[in-house]
Design a protein around this ligand. Sequence first.
Ligand code: KG4
Ligand code: ZN
Length: 349
Amino acid sequence: MTPAPIIVLGIESSCDETAAALVDSDRRILAQAIASQEAEHAPYGGVVPEIAARAHVERLPGLIAQVLDEAQVTLDDCDAIAATAGPGLIGGVMVGLVTAKAMAMASDKPLLAINHLEGHALSPRLADATLTFPYALLLVSGGHCQILRVEGMGKYQRIATTIDDALGEAFDKTAKILGLGYPGGPAVEKLALQGDAKAVPLPRPLLRSSEPHFSFAGLKSAVLRAHDTGTYCDADIAASFQQAAIDCIEDRLNKALAQMGDVTALVVAGGVAANKAVRGALEGLAQSAQLPFIAPPMELCTDNAAMIAWAGLEKLAAGASGDPLDFCARPRWPLDRDAAPARGAGVKA
Ligand code: KG4
Ligand code: ZN
């Protein structure tokens, strides 16, 4: 008789999405619910940590009850409770982690403290059972911009990082300059469809530099200057910005792939992976490198709890039995602790 699949409840609360999901070891998402806080943060043009933490407190219990109800699963049927334990906005992370700890204690189930970046990094394996280690990963979100060699659960070699802004941050700041509101990435992508990507001369920071690191702060400043001249229409600025960002990604990834050794695939994850122009460029790059290209479905790209539950399942499959109930939330938690800081970089992981 085949054993019953393992079920993990996942909780995500590290930024501005409150989410809960039930995922099983057969890669089935039994139920998932996400409450976005866009409306609360929109007046401020970015995420306000205190507002985010309070919104997580208000919404998380209802979302957990909703997924259990939808999947017709009780807490007793779950094999473990997984929650994001960092990196992220510490107030929000604590809300999710403390909730998971309380549920684990009350139900006598293991707690799995998950690195949010690990959730993104492994999410493509939830969507695609054929994806095996080691793979090359471009992780592009609002807070992170890294190229990693994913060698196994808990085993990551960071090949490149950003020395200043993350790519999602650059999209969000461009949106702010163009008055497109928050969150900016999808709005810039939409406006770029109507613009000419060659209209505005913008820099490609670090292009052709010997190390494959990223830098987007100079590009953002150039977008601001181009906007302030009043010479260019917003759609042309959006399209030119997106193209400059894509050119940087392509150049940096080619460099990183050459340094990485054998990999099974080129994989993209994180919120910016929802961008169709970015996906298209990566697909072409993978083809040239003769690698399969794998991108999770859109709903698994931006923050969600299914990826946290899945990382929990991977952790169990790798032999983990659970984390201590006094596990502390971590505002910073690099995937590769041994990675040397990039030259010129700030403090970001
Ligand atoms: O992974 P994610 O949901 O949250 C973090 O962990 O940061 O990523 C959010 C980021 C935001 O910066 C958002 O603007 C960006 O991903 N993003 C996009 C798109 N959808 C989301 N950027 C470009 N194009 C998109 N379609
Ligand atoms: Zn994220």
